[in-house]
Design a protein around this ligand. Structure first.
Ligand code: JB3
Length: 202
């Protein structure tokens, strides 16, 4: 039986999530967003109200479709609801991978054997999560990023578009790895890292 879902957030990422929901054969019934007028349409889904109105929609499942990692953590703590996990049918998921609640796996992403993805993560379009990777909750692996086997990523960390991380490296929580960076050694200090090889820039 198909699931009905309330989408939190009405921006570009919400459009990706709404597509995942629809392609998975489920229904995005409405959006809650603090900055959009009630009735605004995002793709073909109406804004029903502000985020705090979630209590009125508990018969549905929920997903946080907002790219801000810290804000997804904040919202997930205050919303006692049933979470939806959005997996686009074109994503390639190993039977031996695990995906926790509230996570989005976008079109053509790959999650390989033994990989574990935490809660409310974004595994974005075409991202590659190789075998035995462990991705912390509230992280965002951007489009076309590639994590080799056994990589661990801490909570709320963002791996930028097209970045790559070598085998068995560990990247700590609340880091940003910039677009196109190549990470060749583990990162154990929060900050912003960029370049080939990646170096701390902030
Ligand atoms: O990089 C890619 C492929 N996608 C990005 C995605 C993962 O994150 C995308 O390009 C954007 O950078 C971002 O997409 P998102 O989250 O849809 O964009 P943004 O417009 O920042 O936020 C969408 C909605 O969430 C907005 O309408 C805001 O109202 C709401 N929002 C975002 N941050 C927030 C906050 N609302 C509150 N109350 N507080 C926030 O901090």
């Amino acid at each position: 039986m198909s699931e009905s879902v309330i989408v939190i957030g009405g921006g570009g990422h919400a459009k990706v999530v709404i597509d995942c929901i629809r392609k998975a054969g489920d229904r995005a019934v409405g959006i809650l967003d603090d900055a959009l007028e009630m009735g605004t349409m995002v793709s073909d889904v109406p804004v029903l109200g502000k985020i705090d109105a979630f209590k009125s929609y508990r018969e549905h499942k929920f997903i946080i479709a907002i790219g801000n990692n810290a804000f997804r953590r904040e919202l997930s703590k205050k919303m006692d609801v049933r979470w939806y996990t959005a997996i686009h049918p074109s994503a390639i998921l190993s039977a031996y991978a695990s995906i926790d609640e509230g996570t989005v796996v976008a079109p053509r992403a790959v999650v390989n054997a033994g990989a574990s993805i935490g809660r409310h993560c974004i595994i974005n379009t075409g991202a590659i999560i190789e075998h035995d990777c462990a991705i912390g909750s509230f992280s965002h692996i951007s489009p076309a990023a590639a994590l080799a086997g056994g990589v661990t990523v801490g909570e709320e960390t963002q791996i930028g578009i097209g970045a790559s991380v070598k085998n068995r490296l560990a990247i700590c929580q609340r880091c940003t790895v910039g677009a196109g960076a190549v990470v060749v050694k583990s990162i154990d200090e929060e900050g912003v890292y960029a370049g080939v090889p990646a170096r701390r820039i902030k």
